[in-house]
Design a protein around this ligand. Structure first.
Ligand code: PRP
Ligand code: URA
Length: 213
C-alpha cells in the first residue's frame, strides 16, 4: 500500500524500491541509470494517471459493436524540468503516446541553490490539459516551485509533480507553495546536506543521466 498524505503519494511498490536502490549505487553506469529512470517513471505514471479522463468510443469486436472507454489522450502534457526531468519523459509517453511535451529549463545556482530559468515552452491550450511535471530530484523544492509557478502563469490548472527521490524539506516547501497540485514521490529520503544534495540520494541526477561528470 502506497503512503498517502493529503495531495502526496509516496510509493512503496517493491519494483520501484528495487530500481531506486540500483540507481543509488555509484557503480551503476549511464546506460543502466537512464533506462531505470525511464522504467521508474513509467511505474509511477501508471498510478499517477489513474484519474485520466476516459471517453466512450464505438468499437467493433469480432462479435458485436460496443461502446468502450478510451483515454482522451489529447488532454495531457508532460513537462520535464531540464535537464534531468527529460530522463522521465519516455516512461510517461510509453503510457500515453499522444501526450504533448513542454519544457522548462532551470538550473540551480551552485552557491545559493536558487533556481534560474533559461527556457520555457508549453503546449497550448495548456489550461485544458492534465500536466505531469517530471524531475527525478526534489531537493530544496526551489526548482519544482518555480516550474509550477511558470505553468500556472501560463494558465495551467491540473498539475501533477512527479519525482523519484525527495527530501522532506523540499516536499514540505512544495506542498506549502502549491497545495492544489498532486505530488508523487518514489522514495522520501532522510535530509539535505550542506550543499543541498539529498542524503542518501543518488548524486547529481542530470550528470548521471547524461554522463557529464
Ligand atoms: C537538479 C534536479 C532538480 C533540482 C533539484 O537540477 O534535476 O531540477 O536540481 O533541486 P532543488 O529542489 O533544490 O531545486 P540541476 O539544477 O542540477 O540542473 P540539471 O538537471 O541541468 O543538472
Ligand atoms: N539535484 C540533484 O541532482 N541531486 C540532489 O541530490 C539534489 C539536487
Amino acid at each position: 500500500m502506497d503512503l498517502l498524505m493529503e495531495n502526496v503519494t509516496i510509493f512503496t511498490h517493491p519494483l520501484i524500491q528495487h530500481k531506486i536502490s540500483i540507481l543509488r549505487d555509484k557503480k551503476t553506469g549511464t546506460n543502466e541509470f537512464r533506462a531505470l529512470i525511464e522504467e521508474i517513471a513509467m511505474l509511477m505514471g501508471f498510478e499517477a494517471l489513474r484519474d485520466l479522463p476516459l471517453q466512450d468510443v464505438e468499437v467493433e469486436t469480432p462479435i458485436e459493436t460496443c461502446m468502450t472507454p478510451m483515454i482522451a489522450g489529447k488532454k495531457m502534457a508532460v513537462v520535464p524540468i531540464l535537464r534531468a526531468g527529460l530522463g522521465m519523459v519516455n516512461g510517461i509517453l510509453a503510457l500515453v503516446p499522444s501526450a504533448k511535451v513542454g519544457h522548462i529549463g532551470l538550473y540551480r545556482d551552485e552557491k545559493t541553490h536558487e533556481p534560474h530559468e533559461y527556457y520555457c515552452k508549453l503546449p497550448s491550450p495548456i489550461e485544458q490539459r492534465t500536466i505531469v511535471v517530471t524531475d527525478p530530484m526534489l531537493a530544496t523544492g526551489g526548482s519544482a516551485i518555480a516550474a509550477v509557478d511558470f505553468i500556472k502563469q501560463y494558465g495551467g490548472k491540473h498539475i501533477k509533480f512527479m519525482s523519484i527521490i525527495a527530501a522532506p524539506e523540499g516536499l514540505k516547501r512544495l506542498r506549502e507553495a502549491h497545495p492544489d497540485i498532486q505530488i508523487y514521490v518514489g522514495h522520501l529520503d532522510r535530509q539535505l546536506n550542506e550543499n543541498a544534495y539529498i542524503c542518501p540520494g543518488l548524486g547529481d541526477a542530470g550528470d548521471r543521466i547524461f554522463g557529464t561528470k
